[in-house]
Ligand binder design. Structure first.
Ligand SMILES: NC(=O)c1ccc[n+]([C@@H]2O[C@H](COP(=O)([O-])OP(=O)(O)OC[C@H]3O[C@@H](n4cnc5c(N)ncnc54)[C@H](O)[C@@H]3O)[C@@H](O)[C@H]2O)c1
Length: 360
């Protein structure tokens, strides 16, 4: 199969869908790989790296789309890419159709086969979303620590404290993938960490695996209000699949916190779990409400493409190999996890949630 990797052109997107290592794997399986020039540069891979791996470099996105049977991308196609996609072409990327009707209708019109990373599902988990949650969870502490610093508008406290001085208190709301990684990072830096979740089995599991400076507490409004006066950094990491995130910290609750404390709302891509959250970008990541710092970047992994590209492609490559070896129809027949990724096939919406969202 001919596999094409265009350069990502969405604002501030620095990842690439395939590494030179991935090129070697696909070539070993008998395929040809075409990469748009400089596609990997912001993730640390030069055109020469791809050439040495055996890929062919093409000068424009149009040439890549014209040549390939399967397109591998990171983000959903944006308007200037719509017209490049060919009927029957397989496009394997994040689509997030439910949040974008224009994209959905453009992909229906393209008659392409759209296989979405975010709906590939195995054993009730989303294997192509987990790596980005891991990155975002770890980053949330790095960013939270930074915005706790006085020159950055924070109260001016070091997460780990020093000998003779107490560490900062970190509250993690939601003990899933993001919350677990956030808690581990904060604990590793020496902070005192509390994880809240509404799932008792999850809290049981976390209390077994977490280090001694991490407590687990059942999530409730009462318990959150009790914690806020002593909390320096809150990480919002809740998810109710398919629903808007609940507002666990409302505006009046900000008054319970000390000025310069920091809220990092990782769940902002689902609407945010603090009432005062609104999406921000890496260019202007924070703003203050009632003296409390809010960090609400919707694509946190975009800031660390060297890490995020590898984390993403570690997860996507095995699926790409199956698709290339078998073709999408046989691969989806054999692997139900991949079949769940099918969202639009040759003009027809085949994902129930997307169809319901737009009445299609
Ligand atoms: N901003 C970004 O760049 C970025 C990147 C990756 C993921 N995310 C988002 O982060 C959020 C968390 O993702 P995840 O992969 O950790 O999800 P997950 O499903 O692994 O974990 C969510 C956890 O929240 C818990 N929860 C639900 N309601 C709760 C409540 N009221 N109080 C406390 N806990 C509650 C669930 O029991 C679960 O353990 C999602 O919205 C995801 O889209 C954002």
């Amino acid at each position: 199969m001919r596999i094409g990797v265009p350069k990502e052109i969405k604002n501030n997107e620095n990842r690439v869908a395939l590494t030179p290592g991935g090129v070697i794997t696909l070539l070993k399986n008998g395929h040809t790989v075409y990469v748009e020039t400089t596609a990997g540069i912001n993730s640390g891979f030069t055109d020469d790296d791809y050439i040495q791996a055996g890929a062919q470099i093409l000068a424009t996105a149009k040439e890549v789309f014209d040549t390939a049977d399967m397109i591998m991308k990171v983000k959903e196609p944006i308007a200037q890419e719509y017209g490049l996609i060919r009927p029957d072409q397989l496009v394997f990327t994040y689509f997030h159709f439910a949040s974008d009707e224009t994209l959905t209708r453009a992909m229906i019109d393209s008659k392409a086969v759209c296989l979405a990373y975010e709906t590939v599902e195995i054993n009730n988990t989303l294997p192509l979303l987990i790596p980005m949650s891991e990155v975002a969870g770890r980053m949330s502490i790095q960013e939270g620590a930074k915005y706790l610093e006085k020159p950055k508008g924070g109260k001016g406290i070091l997460l780990g404290g020093v000998p003779g001085v107490k560490p900062a208190n970190v509250l993690v709301l939601g003990g899933g993938v993001v919350g677990t990684q956030a808690a581990l990072m904060a604990a590793g830096l020496g902070a005192h960490v509390t994880i809240m979740d509404i799932s008792l089995p999850r809290l049981r599991y976390l209390s077994e695996i977490m280090p001694a400076n991490v407590d687990t507490v059942m999530s409730s409004q009462y318990n959150i209000e009790q914690m806020l006066p002593h909390t320096d950094l809150v990480i919002g990491a809740v998810l109710i699949p398919g629903a808007k995130a609940p507002h666990l910290i409302t505006r009046y609750m900000l008054k319970l916190m000390q000025p310069g404390s920091v809220l990092v709302d990782v769940a902002i891509d689902q609407g945010g779990c603090f009432e005062t959250s609104k999406p921000t970008t890496h260019a202007t990541p924070v703003y203050q409400v009632d003296g409390i710092q809010h960090y609400c970047v919707a694509n946190i992994p975009g800031a660390v493409p060297f890490t995020s590209t590898l984390a993403l492609t570690n997860a996507t490559l095995p699926y790409a190999v199956k698709l290339a070896n078998l073709g999408w129809e046989k691969a989806c027949e054999q692997y139900p996890d991949l079949e769940k990724g099918l969202n639009i096939v040759k003009g027809k919406v085949v994902c129930q949630a997307v169809a319901e969202t737009f009445g299609l």
